[in-house]
Structures are given as C-alpha cells and as structure tokens.
Design a binder for this molecule. Structure first.
Ligand code: SF4
Length: 207
C-alpha cells in the first residue's frame, strides 16, 4: 500500500475485515515519523466479544509482533482473569491500540501513539466488530478517544468506572511504570478488579 494517503483511505469504502486488515498491515502512512520500520501490531476478528483499546506497542512488542507479550500483558491478563490462550483467541478478544506501530521512546517512556493512525483506520475497523459486548479503554490516549470525559485525569476517569458500566471499563495502563499508581489507589484492586473479572467472564459467555 505504498503511497496510500488519508484521502485514499477515506474514499475506499466497504472493505471486508480481512481486506481492511491486509491494508492496515501494509500501512506506511506515518513511516517517516517512526523510529523503526512500520509494523502494525493488532488482533482483530469480527466475532470478537471484548475490545482492548490500548496505547501503542512498545519496542519488545514491536520485535515479537505479538500484542501485550510483555510484563504489561501479564498484568492485564491477571486483571481480566483470563489465560494467554483466551487472550490471544482473536474470536474472543480484539486488540486495537490507538497507534498500531511502535512510536519510539522519549525521556519519560514511550512516545504517544502516532496521531495519524486512529483517523486512518479506527472507525472502519470498529464498525466491523459487531459482536462486541465490552470495551476496555486503557490509558489516557484511548480514554481521550473513546470516552466523553475530556479534561479528566486517568485516575478521575478510572475512579468513575461505574459511569460507563457495563459496556465500557476504563483502566490504567498495566505497565510496571504504574506500580506506584496501583499502590496509591488500592480501591482499584479491591473494588474494580473483582467486578471486571466477572464482567469479562460474562462477556465471553462463561457465566
Ligand atoms: S502507526 Fe498506524 S498510520 Fe502509522 S504506519 Fe503504523 S499503521 Fe500506519
């Protein structure tokens, strides 16, 4: 898909999900602004029942090409109460970060997801996920995009998790960088996580 412009993407209508995913995986839209070659990392199937809306792949995930195959993923699976087998079953879980490619690293961690990515791909992909029961909105970039809580901090948004229940659950990023946040916000593990595990099992049809 060399040379594809946002206008080309906009005017190309009604693609099937497999066709759209082929185009996403060949995307070079913001290649000039990426530190490494484009490597979109996502997981998507029209049968998926849970959407994980995250941030962007880190370097380790860029190298493996497998979403959340890192310490953040281990913690996220523990939060959800699901195994790796369930997590990587694309017919159950869709994983769409706000930026599909590794954006690079700054002085205080990974850079924000590339701003070109969501406008180019997100709404069309989401429109093809018709079986979703639950959306997990992880971190500030996904929360700014998916929730009408603009201006609120991640802590304020996650603390108000009941506002979006039961179809949307805002979460902090499960990165080890947030260990301090978890210590400072014990209500997250005491109140939200037990409810989240039950909701995930329900959305997967296990309850
Ligand atoms: S981050 Fe998104 S827009 Fe940029 S090259 Fe990767 S898939 Fe394309």
């Amino acid at each position: 898909m060399d040379g594809l412009t946002e206008l080309d993407i906009e005017t190309s209508k009604k693609r099937s999900l497999p066709a759209l995913l082929r185009e996403v995986r060949a995307c070079e839209l913001c290649a000039a602004n990426l530190p490494l070659e484009p490597r979109p990392v996502l997981q998507c199937h029209s049968a998926a029942r849970i959407l994980i809306a995250g941030q962007a792949p880190g370097r380790k995930v860029h190298e493996s090409g497998v979403p959340f195959q890192d310490a953040s993923g281990d913690r996220l699976r523990a939060w959800l109460g699901i195994t790796s087998e369930v997590f990587y079953d694309e017919r159950k879980i869709a994983i769409l970060p706000m930026g599909f490619c590794f954006p690079g690293t700054g002085s205080s961690g990974d850079l924000p997801p590339r701003a070109e990515c969501a406008p180019a791909w997100r709404s069309e992909l989401l429109g093809l996920l018709t079986k979703l029961q639950l959306t997990l909105v992880i971190g500030q970039y996904a929360q700014q995009h998916h929730l009408a809580d603009a201006g609120s901090s991640v802590t304020e948004i996650v603390q108000a998790w009941r506002k979006h229940w039961p179809n949307i659950v805002p979460l902090p990023h499960p990165s080890p960088r947030n260990n301090r946040w978890l210590l400072q916000n014990p209500w997250f593990e005491v109140e939200l996580l037990p409810a989240l595990k039950a909701r995930v099992a329900q959305a997967l049809g296990e309850l």
